[in-house]
Design a protein around this ligand. Structure first.
Ligand code: SAH
Length: 329
């Protein structure tokens, strides 16, 4: 950090220009002296993302963006409109190294862990582009947030800061593939965010097949970490469960899952898997989804099936980014 011998309140002014007014140059900061603006220009840059592609759904206004980072990496972000407000799904890494077999983001590994500024910029750029206020963020784009731990925590604190965007922590959802040690670390941060854990299986046998990360993070220890997380934070956990035909969607699977989640303060989000052409996975039939939901609900597990947004611009879960990169090659 460079000390530039300015009064403390200047920092607040600059912070406001960056995080409330979304200034993209120091010259816009009209309440700073010429001299200070020049000094800032000389020593700092304001991060920005280059929009390289945008797809807008005619059905529900869901908007998918591809942004290019300074080092030419491509990331994907999504704007979604709900009755309770607008939410942006951001990427925390360009690519991912977790290797889930149904996920397109991980096919080429991780290229870069994003800085807090690169995460913030996704939200700010989308607000500017849509001309709409964004009230919630989900960390469910490409990347494993807990594999970029420090930057993700900084991002949460920045977007939550009163002097900045002031987004409520309860409007922030962090989704992880289940890195146990990091879940304990996160519990100690004393945050009010929602933790979502990608479970996708009722036992290690199935989970090991589709999520290699599960070998080092077995389910009984993971669920214990979730129980401890709830005890520490008093926050309900969301479990994500992507339904893949004939892999994890049987009645048996649902019963086993219900048994394991008994007594845990949680909510299950069922997501019919998006077919990934690079793999042989096919989404479960509507009947299988209904059956799965029914079994969980009847056993007292609160369950919803995720509503599909932007079905006319279907390029879910890193597939838009993957296609763009392949075309460029
Ligand atoms: N790495 C984090 C967050 C990014 S992925 C995590 O694993 O949770 C966000 C969610 O999308 C995860 O639940 C992930 O498992 C799921 N997902 C990835 N590919 C998918 C696909 N093809 N269909 C449905 N869900 C998918």
């Amino acid at each position: 950090m460079l000390l530039i011998g300015e009064k403390k309140f200047r920092a607040k002014q600059i912070y406001r220009w960056l995080h409330v007014k979304y200034a993209d140059s120091f010259s816009q900061m009209s309440d700073l002296s010429e001299n200070l603006r020049a000094k800032l220009e000389e020593n700092y840059t304001i991060g920005s993302l280059k929009q390289v592609k945008k797809l807008v759904s005619k059905i529900d206004n869901t908007t998918k963006y591809l942004f290019e980072l300074d080092n030419n990496c491509i990331i994907e972000s999504v704007f979604m409109q709900y009755s309770y407000g607008n939410t942006v799904c951001i990427s925390t890494q360009a690519g991912c190294r977790m290797g889930c077999t149904f996920c397109a983001s991980t096919l080429d590994g991780v290229e870069k862990s994003l800085s807090p500024s690169e995460m913030l910029s996704q939200v700010y750029e989308i607000e500017k582009d849509k001309g709409e206020t964004v009230s919630g963020v989900v960390l469910m784009g490409s990347g494993e947030p807990l594999d970029n731990y420090d930057n993700v925590i900084k991002f949460i604190k920045l977007i939550n800061s009163k002097e900045g965007k002031n987004m409520g922590q309860r409007h922030i959802t962090l989704s992880t593939c289940g890195l146990i040690n990091k879940i304990y670390e996160l519990a100690d941060e004393d945050l009010q965010i929602t933790l979502a854990v990608s479970l996708h299986a009722p036992n290690d046998m199935i989970r090991n097949r589709i999520m290699p990360v599960s070998k080092a993070n077995p389910m009984d220890k993971l669920l214990q970490a979730c129980r401890d997380y709830v005890a520490k934070t008093n926050r309900r956990i969301t479990f994500e469960y992507s339904l893949i035909k004939d892999v994890n969607d049987s009645a048996e699977n649902a019963k086993e899952l219900a048994e394991k989640l008994k007594g845990l303060l949680c909510h299950v989000n069922l997501i019919p898997v998006n077919d990934v052409k690079e793999r042989d996975y096919v989404r479960s039939t509507n009947e299988a989804v209904k059956r799965f939901e029914g079994i969980l609900t009847s056993r007292g597990i609160e369950t919803t099936v995720r509503r599909k947004l932007g079905s006319d611009i279907d390029a879910a879960c890193g597939q838009l980014r993957k296609r763009y990169k392949d075309e460029k090659r």
